[in-house]
Design a protein around this ligand. Structure first.
Ligand SMILES: [Zn+2]
Length: 338
């Protein structure tokens, strides 16, 4: 089986790997009709989080169950399933509380940029669609595995409610889907912070009412201008840099929540500033599993079309170009066909 392997900075190769096998009786093996590159893969690709050894890449997946271990009871061969980048048992106290990405038995799923994938804890992790999806639904279903679930969590963690003014920091796939999520949750005004025209256009399609191109303190000043000097009712932070985190916190009105889902890199918070900001912070790795049933329904009923974030489709053979295009911001998100 061929799969993507990262060797070092900007060196991703497609190479022959052993096909995954059932290791634990709770595993499932799924066949992937499509896979993709995540913005968070770029941290490794750029050498910001360097890999210690050649590492199979990819953690977003959906596909057809080929085989299940003997302890798997609810997931069946032939079903079309979606799961999160963290496998979870969905039964421990953290899972029961809706934080499956903090499952006591969580396991990172990796190596999904390939034709086949092993998913641990299949019964807890995977959610089946009502039927086999048509081909045109697959990109949207694939986003639920990470970027859409993460954008949704950002909006949920920011307590977006009907009528609110929401600011979204970050115009990657997660930020754009954060816009879509805020719209779905009834936000009245959604300010997308982006200086990149194709992304601004997609943000508007997803429901953004305003675009702010300034960054840092300039971006904060624009949000204040748009809100009579008060700040946004909810802010989604979808980048993970110090600048974007501060921009998010300072754009929030007193009493607002900031949902932060960008993996922090170099973020340092000043407790004194936070104390006087009167802002709630909630975020972390999205508990995607919690949202899968609801999001599958929305995609299945054509109420949302998050698959629009894929603006580049390549055969898996061209995975290196898929990474390059995202690294150079020529593509928002690359879909790969194994
Ligand atoms: Zn659990």
């Amino acid at each position: 089986m061929r799969g993507a392997v990262l060797y070092g900075p900007r060196d991703v190769r497609l190479e022959e790997r052993a096909a995954p096998k059932i290791i634990e009786p709770t595993d499932a093996i799924i066949r992937l009709p499509a896979t993709c590159v995540c913005g968070s893969d770029l941290w490794d690709y750029r050498g910001i989080d360097p890999v210690a050894q050649p590492t199979p890449m990819g953690h977003e997946y959906c596909g057809i169950v080929e085989e299940v271990g003997r302890a798997v009871t609810t997931i069946k061969r032939g079903q079309f399933v979606i799961g999160s980048f963290f496998a979870s048992d969905n039964t421990c106290p953290n899972c029961q509380a809706g934080y499956q990405s903090s499952c006591q038995h969580r396991e990172l799923v990796g190596g999904a940029q390939a034709r086949m994938l092993r998913v641990p804890l299949a019964d807890g992790t995977l959610v089946a669609t009502p039927d086999l999806p048509s081909d045109e639904l697959i990109p949207s279903l694939l986003t639920l595995s990470d970027v859409m679930g993460t954008g949704w969590f950002a909006a949920e963690a920011a307590s977006v409610k009907p009528g609110m003014t929401v600011a979204v920091v970050g115009d990657g796939a997660v930020g754009l889907l954060g816009v879509l999520s805020a719209r779905q949750m009834g936000a009245e005004r959604i300010v997308a912070m982006s200086r990149h025209e194709p992304r601004q256009k997609l943000a508007r399609e997803f429901g953004a009412t305003d675009i702010v191109t300034e960054r840092g303190d300039g971006g904060v000043a624009r949000i204040k201008e748009l809100t009579n000097g008060i700040g946004a009712d909810a802010v989604l932070e979808c980048v993970g840099t110090h600048e974007s985190m501060m921009q998010a916190i300072r754009s929030a009105r007193p009493g607002a929540s900031v949902g932060y889902v960008g993996v922090p890199h170099g973020v340092e918070l000043d407790a004194h500033e936070l104390f006087f900001a009167h802002v709630r912070l909630h975020g972390g790795p999205a508990p995607v599993r919690r949202f899968l049933p609801e999001l599958i329904d929305l995609v299945w009923n054509r109420e949302i079309n998050p698959g629009k974030v894929f603006d580049l489709t390549l055969p898996l053979e061209n995975v290196a170009e898929g990474y390059r295009a995202m690294d150079e911001r020529r593509a928002i998100k690359t879909l790969l066909r194994p």
